[in-house]
Design a protein around this ligand. Structure first.
Ligand SMILES: [Cu+2]
Length: 393
């Protein structure tokens, strides 16, 4: 089962491996008021807390392609060990492959992905927003293993809302290794009560490349009779799923996949992503993190209406190995404008020099300004939480 195609914007997905919960001692120590003991003070004098988590130990003894290595799900992650609600702001997220001791830095070639999720319903309940919010907060993978939002921007979260974490490893290079590794994950956040200036709220909305599994180019969730290349681009190319049976049907019954095979040679694929972005209002994008698989060269988001490039990301491959060393990301205080009545196209370029078929994905995780966000009524939330506690006593 590959959930990325079903969820569309969730991107890098879980696999059929059984999920196991993380033992409590693997989480970072807790300090006063249930806050993480680990913290630093930013240049503005505001304390940044670091919620650190270690996955279980993964033993790698053979090759595992992307999405097929050992994985683990931690279903409930809370940033603060307290049931008194307060407003927090997530300012960054980091995931590093380390040794079994949880500290020794290892080759990042074993990184498949580290996904942090939440329920959008919690966001709407807390903040009354109209934004089309994704259940995925972050995906980190080879090429970008640290996201730090530009100064003054962060993702708002009420402290009692649970997050969930999935980590996974892979091995594309070593035939018979005998290696133990873990994920070391760090979520950075600040408390609203500590801020000297109001924070600007970001939400995540992803755009994902698709291939059609039908016999001619297609547009997801759009009547092909209404699509024109001038307005809607070339449409998804015809392809095959990287995993048999990984099919996503749109409302017209057309079949697509977000995880496809790339034949040897060069491949360019365009996807109309307006529906995935589903903008409810004009906004600005302040951060973009890119997810691609090895042999990718670039990913570009185009505004088909204004004929401008929103963001172009180049990939630098790992020298001498199958892997991604580095991918460009966007970080901007000023932001890049996005319009709810414009059409957007995502164009991926792969150059498969392996001599055999390889798997691929193409996702941009976009962090957009939420102009409809409202500060929560924490007093009402505390009264509600207190009432729930009292009725449980
Ligand atoms: Cu992927």
């Amino acid at each position: 089962m590959l959930v990325c195609a079903t969820v569309l914007v969730a991107g890098a997905c879980a696999t059929t491996q059984p999920a196991q919960s993380l033992a409590t001692p693997e989480a970072s120590p807790v300090g006063v008021e249930g806050l993480p003991a680990s913290s630093t003070v930013g240049a503005d004098g505001v304390t940044v807390y670091h919620r650190e988590l270690l996955s279980k130990t993964y033993h790698i003894d053979k090759k595992y392609r992307s999405m097929f290595g050992p994985d683990q799900q931690l279903p409930v992650v809370k940033l603060v060990e307290s049931d008194v609600p307060e407003l927090l702001w997530i300012t960054g997220y980091q995931a590093v492959v380390v040794g079994a001791d949880g500290e020794t830095k290892m080759s990042q070639e074993f990184m498949c992905h580290s996904n942090l999720d939440w329920k959008p319903a919690d966001y709407y309940k807390s903040f009354g927003s109209r934004a089309a919010v994704s259940p995925r907060l972050f995906t980190l993978s080879q090429g970008q293993q640290n996201v730090q939002f530009p100064k003054g921007f962060a993702i708002p979260l009420v402290s009692t809302v649970p997050l969930s974490l999935v980590t996974q490893v892979l091995n594309l290079n070593l035939d018979k290794p005998d290696i133990d590794v873990r994920h070391h994950v760090r979520i950075d956040f600040v408390r609203d009560r500590d801020l000297k200036e109001p924070m600007k709220p970001l939400f995540q909305a992803a755009v994902q490349g698709f291939k059609t599994l039908d016999d001619k180019p297609g547009y997801y969730s759009m009547d092909p009779g209404e699509a024109t290349p001038e307005e809607h681009g070339a449409g998804c190319g015809v392809g095959k799923p990287a995993v048999a049976g990984d099919v996503d049907k749109d409302k017209f019954g057309h079949r697509f996949t977000g995880h496809w095979e790339v034949e040897p040679g060069r491949e360019e694929n365009a996807t109309l992503v307006t529906q995935f972005l589903s903008l409810q209002f004009d906004t600005t994008v302040h951060y973009i993190a890119v997810h691609l698989h090895p042999f990718a060269e670039s990913l570009e988001l185009r505004d088909l209406t204004s004929k401008e490039v929103v963001f172009h990301a180049n990939v630098r491959a790992t020298p001498g190995k199958i892997g991604i060393e580095d991918i460009d990301h966007l970080s901007s205080v000023e932001g890049v404008k996005l319009y709810k009545d414009h059409q957007y196209e995502l164009v991926s370029v792969y150059n498969n020099t392996s001599g055999a078929k390889v798997d691929s994905m193409a996702v941009m995780y976009m962090y957009l300004l939420d102009s409809t966000w409202k500060k929560p009524d924490l007093e009402a939330m505390r009264a509600e939480a207190g009432g729930a506690r009292a009725s449980n006593d």
